[in-house]
Design a protein around this ligand. Structure first.
Ligand SMILES: Nc1nc2c(ncn2[C@@H]2O[C@H](COP(=O)(O)OP(=O)(O)O)[C@@H](O)[C@H]2O)c(=O)[nH]1
Ligand SMILES: [Mg+2]
Length: 454
């Protein structure tokens, strides 16, 4: 495909916050460079309060210094005290904004923030940054702020509280300026499990080369995670897991950014841009992705496509994508309240006639009356793969239940006396009441029974 004649339909600026966000942006730009350039975004900035993490990300992904900024005043960063990161954004905003401008971000119509939800820097900085971005760059035109938030692995319980706090902030009333236009969640625990189940060979290779172990049974892995004596540090294990899931996150990001560029030989129908994604979906959305759909099965030797066969085949693809390839664990009957899907591939095969069968298949997973928005990305070339990205708006999530459970246990554990309750301020930077309120509202939103008033 010609790369030099691209025009932006919406200009996107990427922000990688904290360790996770920095890695993801680093991984993304390296992937793009491999393919010849960074056309899908106008610029990017990696932010952290932890100097050591910034050095790591700079070296690992060869990030130029102008794309990195350390904020805060201790090289160690804020640890898990997300509220400190939140406050630091306010203090450092002039420097951050200046760097965004220098990188061309003041002209962006969409900002995408990549972060983990359970850490300190990214978790705390995200809502404050959203507000600052809107205040500073949103005066001349509407800016959209998207968050790609990564939920924790299993057994990272103290991260459940941070996650609940962040989700609550992202869903606040728009007047407060801190809510996201769209928060796309991806879960480390689910992505790890999915990759182990469906891409065993690839995962086994990574495990054996990184850890020098040969795991033949997937179930062994959970034993490995909880074993008290590991032949390697838990940090090394986490790093390995991260290497396994990050490509999946970057793949999702790249699929979304298909909407940010226009290339000759590519047509988007109906005309859609990044802003539409937020306008058509509930704020919390979950991706399900099926790449390289083997549609060749319905093309005969003369190259003729069996249209009915294709329709039925795609319905099965939808089922598999939602049931097995959603990137956060959804419940059996997810009842999503909105859906947007992007189907991309050769224009000879990807076309609006597929909308009806796809919608029919999606019907099983949505609430009555939920809107489904189709987008077809058609390429002149037959060389491009056929991919489907489904975004489910506010589906019922098993994983939110688990996180709520974990958060409740933690609150209980640190409750009972004034002294015990100091834990909240000390390790999170907020009072217990703030966290209990966030927890209750998240439970309401996701229809999870029993309020914890304690
Ligand atoms: N998928 C993924 N998860 C990460 C990565 N780095 C850290 N995490 C996860 O992020 C959480 C910790 O947050 P971290 O990003 O280190 O916190 P911060 O630097 O304070 O914002 C844990 O759940 C980690 O497992 C990464 O590169 N990819
Ligand atoms: Mg970390």
């Amino acid at each position: 495909m010609e790369k030099d004649t691209q025009i932006y339909t919406s200009s996107v600026f990427l922000m990688g916050l904290g360790e996770c966000g920095g890695n993801l942006v680093g991984e993304y730009i390296n992937k793009e460079k491999e393919e010849g350039g960074l056309e899908r975004v106008t610029g990017y900035l990696i932010l952290n309060t932890n100097r050591y993490d910034l050095v790591k990300v700079r070296e690992k992904y060869k990030v130029p210094p102008e794309n990195i900024l350390m904020f805060g005043d201790t090289p160690m960063g804020v640890g898990g005290r997300f509220m400190e990161a939140y406050n630091l954004v306010e203090v450092w905003w002039d420097a951050i904004a200046e760097q965004i401008r220098n990188l061309g971000g003041d002209a962006a119509s969409t900002f995408i923030i990549l972060t983990s939800t359970g850490g300190g820097t990214g978790c705390g900085a995200t809502p404050a940054l959203i507000r600052k971005i809107r205040e500073t760059f949103g005066s001349s035109g509407r800016v959209y702020v998207y968050v790609l938030g990564v939920l924790p692995f299993e057994d990272q319980t103290s991260e459940a509280l941070n996650t609940i706090w962040l989700l609550h902030r992202l869903l606040q009333e728009p007047e407060k300026g801190e809510s996201a236009d769209l928060a796309i969640l991806l879960s480390n625990r689910t992505m790890l499990r999915r990759r182990l189940q469906y891409e065993r060979t690839m995962v086994m290779d990574i495990l054996s080369s990184r850890l020098g172990i040969d795991i033949t049974d997937v179930n062994q892995l959970s034993t490995l995670v909880t074993a008290s004596e590991l032949p390697f540090s838990s940090k090394v294990l986490e790093q390995t897991f991260v290497d396994i899931v990050n490509p999946l996150i970057v793949q999702t990001l790249i699929k979304l950014l298909q909407l940010s560029t226009f290339t000759p030989g590519k047509n988007i129908f109906p005309v859609t841009d990044m802003a539409d994604i937020a306008n058509k979906l509930d704020t919390i959305s979950i991706p399900a992705i099926f790449t390289e759909i083997p549609y060749q099965a319905v093309v005969d030797e003369q190259g003729k496509i069996d249209m009915d066969g294709l329709a039925m085949f795609l319905q099965e693809v939808v089922n598999v994508a939602i049931k097995y390839y959603s990137l956060v664990d959804i419940q059996e009957d997810p009842k999503a309240s909105s859906v947007l899907y992007l189907l991309s591939g050769p224009k000879g095969i990807v076309d609006v006639h597929l909308d009806r069968p796809i919608k029919e298949a999606l019907n099983n997973y949505i609430a009555e009356g939920a809107a489904v928005t189709p987008t077809f990305i058609q390429y002149d070339s037959w060389e491009v793969p056929m991919d489907l990205l489904i975004l489910l708006g506010l589906p019922k999530l098993q994983e939110i239940r688990d996180l709520v459970d974990e958060a409740e246990k933690l609150i209980k554990l640190h409750s009972g006396s004034k002294i015990k309750e100091r834990w909240f301020l000390k390790s999170k930077g907020v009072s217990k009441e703030v966290l209990v309120e966030a927890l209750n509202e998240i439970k309401d939103l996701f229809d999870i029974g029993g309020n914890s008033s304690e």
